[in-house]
Design a protein around this ligand. Structure first.
Ligand code: ADP
Ligand code: TRP
Length: 343
């Protein structure tokens, strides 16, 4: 079994350990795009154990669009369980909830003062999520400033995300630069780290798989529903009949094979698709089996987790994160000339 490592091959063994930070919104359900684009890379970094890693359930980001309070609370727990089941082991990493560390929102306000208004208006996620909506909150607009704060608060240098977040990361880098230029060198510039499947398309084929688009397969979907959804997923639109040769390089199913199937299977997919030997359903069945192999251990782990254990882990994670956050904020306040107290 020669599955490719989800870690990009940019690791430089000579450098000092990096601090790795990433976040996920507790909305909808953890889906294949989140897993293949981000969470699997997180796990690889945790397991590699070379760098210090921090992963955050970003609940303060989730309130930028209309939501129900009771539902958000339940989703925070659900995401914590799912992430731990995916191998984000709180014994080996810092897993915590954003609003448990108040310094995130404090730093966001301060960083807003060095972020140009015009840059925020150019963010594609703001345009996507705001377009045509009756109510667009100011928080949706300033969302990327909070994301910069999440990262810079811990002076993180590596941020494993899917491709859709690269623009936000570019802004975070510029924010670090602007802050340092104005107030003195304090923040390193964070770089994105992409998996080898940084953009999984949604089932409809129209846009990326996203919780807000209703075009997802949840990672922990019951097997039968998982298959029913995968079976209907779009493929190469030029392939109307089995006898039409397909183009794996533009097919989302092949992209997912590249993430979960062994190299021999990937080669078989290319040969049988371009040679019009397999129909798309046959190809999807093989993918489904390989997903199943990947997901069985995760499902088993998820069933064994207790909420008490998870809450304890989140509490410990928040304490660890807070210790770093408090120190950074002392430096930030002092550099910016804020406050009247010495602590
Ligand atoms: P969503 O877009 O579904 O709301 P989030 O915004 O919480 O998900 O994203 C969490 C992480 O998953 C981010 O790093 C994001 O880039 C990644 N991600 C989300 N959707 C995809 C996708 N379709 N393909 C690859 N990565 C994705
Ligand atoms: N904006 C990210 C998303 O929608 C989530 C996020 C918030 C994040 N803060 C972060 C990701 C810090 C990486 C680092 O997916």
């Amino acid at each position: 079994m020669s599955q490719q490592s989800p870690l990009a091959s940019t690791l430089d063994m000579t450098k000092k350990p990096a601090r790795v930070f990433s976040g996920i919104q507790p909305t909808g359900e953890l889906h294949l795009g989140n897993y293949l684009g981000a969470v699997r890379t997180w796990r690889a970094q945790v397991e590699e154990g070379k760098d210090e890693t921090m992963f955050c359930i970003v609940d303060a980001h989730a309130i930028t669009v209309p939501y129900e309070a009771a539902e958000l609370r339940a989703k925070i727990d659900a995401f914590a369980i799912d992430l731990i089941a995916c191998g984000i082991d709180p014994e080996k990493t810092t897993l915590f909830v954003q609003s448990d560390v108040r310094e995130h929102t404090e730093l966001a306000w301060y960083l807003a003062s060095v972020t140009p208004y015009g840059d925020l208006g150019r963010m594609t996620q703001f345009k996507d999520k705001g377009e045509g909506k009756e109510f667009v909150s100011a928080a949706l607009f300033t969302y990327p400033v909070l994301m910069s704060a999440d990262i810079l608060l811990y002076k993180a240098t590596v941020v494993p995300v899917g491709e859709d977040q690269v623009q936000h990361l570019e802004l975070a880098r510029e924010t670090a630069r602007r802050f340092n230029h104005r107030f003195g060198e304090l923040f390193p510039e964070p770089k994105p780290r992409l998996s080898n499947t940084p953009r999984i398309m949604g089932l409809d084929g129209d846009s990326k798989m996203s919780k807000s688009k209703g075009n997802t397969i949840s990672l922990f979907e019951p097997k039968e529903e998982f298959w029913n959804k995968l079976r209907t997923a779009f493929t190469d639109p030029q392939r109307l009949r089995k006898s039409d040769p397909g183009r794996p390089e533009i097919c989302n199913i092949y992209t997912m094979h590249k993430a979960v199937s062994p190299k021999e299977t990937q080669d078989e997919v290319v040969a049988n698709c371009t040679g019009a030997k397999w129909g798309c359903v046959e190809c999807k069945k093989v993918l489904f089996e390989n997903f199943d192999k990947e997901l069985v251990p995760l499902r088993t782990k998820r069933e064994a987790l207790s909420m008490d254990h998870v809450r304890q882990a989140l509490g410990d994670g928040a304490s660890k994160a807070r210790r770093i956050a408090v120190e950074t904020m002392k430096e930030v306040r002092s550099a910016m000339g804020l406050g009247s107290l010495s602590t």
